[in-house]
Design a protein. Structure first.
Length: 265
């Protein structure tokens, strides 16, 4: 069957109409899809902003509560009742110090002076109380060690040592020599290829914690924890963790040297 000229025109008009309708429909569907996607993105952004705002407010609230709690605990710690029996006063101070140490274990504050001061107030015959105080500090130190080494860290675990022993950590290019061992603490000397031919000697005591009592070696920080010690033997724990997990301590000598070297001439 042959199409006439009029038939071809009618067919052309019909095809163009169908294609036009299809195009209009596709444009409408595409526009509707874009609108839905835009609304979805806007809703996600609103949810994200609300989450960030809530998180920020929660952090501010936590910080405010934390600061108030810290101030309250320290105020209570230093307020001593003169009429209270001395053993009761010391027991309360130990409890308050434990509350401060455990609640602020992730904050880089050095509570060692408070531990040492309270330890000096405990009579020598109160060996049990002194041991309890050391256990509090050890609990905080071991909790910090776990949190610092759980990702990309190193933990040697407990090591029994005596004077003259050497602990080698090849993966960290570091060696720790035990120089002396005693009940108050352990004297060690740390050497590492990271710092060349230099070595550093220091004493680790029962109240040291890795978050503040550490040494920076390249991209890592290392710390030794004293679990227990006698006159002959000790148990130590060596940990290493990324340097950004602990802030540099404020050193007044370094600051003074900086201002001395940079002052106008």
């Amino acid at each position: 069957m042959t199409l006439t000229e009029n038939g071809i025109k009618v067919l052309d008009i019909a095809v163009k109409g169908v294609f036009g309708t299809v195009i209009v429909a596709l444009v409408a569907i595409y526009g509707n899809t874009l609108q839905n996607e835009r609304e979805t993105v806007e809703e996600q952004n609103r949810t994200l902003r609300a989450t960030v705002d809530l998180t920020s407010r929660q952090k501010e609230f936590d910080m405010e509560v934390g600061m108030r709690l810290f101030g309250t605990l320290l105020t209570s710690y230093f307020q001593r009742n003169p009429s209270a029996p001395r053993p009761e006063t010391l027991r309360q101070q130990m409890l308050l110090l434990r509350l401060v140490a455990l609640n602020f274990q992730d904050v880089p504050i050095n509570l060692k002076p408070l531990f040492e001061d309270l330890d000096s107030q405990l009579p020598a015959r109160e060996g049990k109380e002194k041991q309890v105080l050391r256990e509090i500090a050890k609990e905080v130190a071991n909790r910090q060690a776990y949190r610092l080494t759980v990702d990309d860290g190193y933990d040697s675990g407990p090591r029994k040592v005596k004077a003259g022993d050497e602990l080698a950590f090849p993966n960290l290019l570091t060696t720790v020599k035990i120089e002396t061992v005693g009940a108050p603490g352990v004297r060690v000397r740390l050497s590492s290829k990271i710092i060349g031919d230099h070595s550093v000697g220091f004493t680790i005591g029962h109240f040291d914690t890795p978050l503040v009592d550490n040494i920076k070696l390249g991209e890592s920080r290392v710390a030794l924890i004293l679990n227990q010690s006698t006159t002959d033997t000790a148990e130590v724990r060596f940990v290493a963790f990324p340097k950004h997990l602990a802030a540099d301590r404020f050193d007044i000598k370094e600051v003074s040297r900086y201002f001395r070297d940079t002052k106008p001439r």
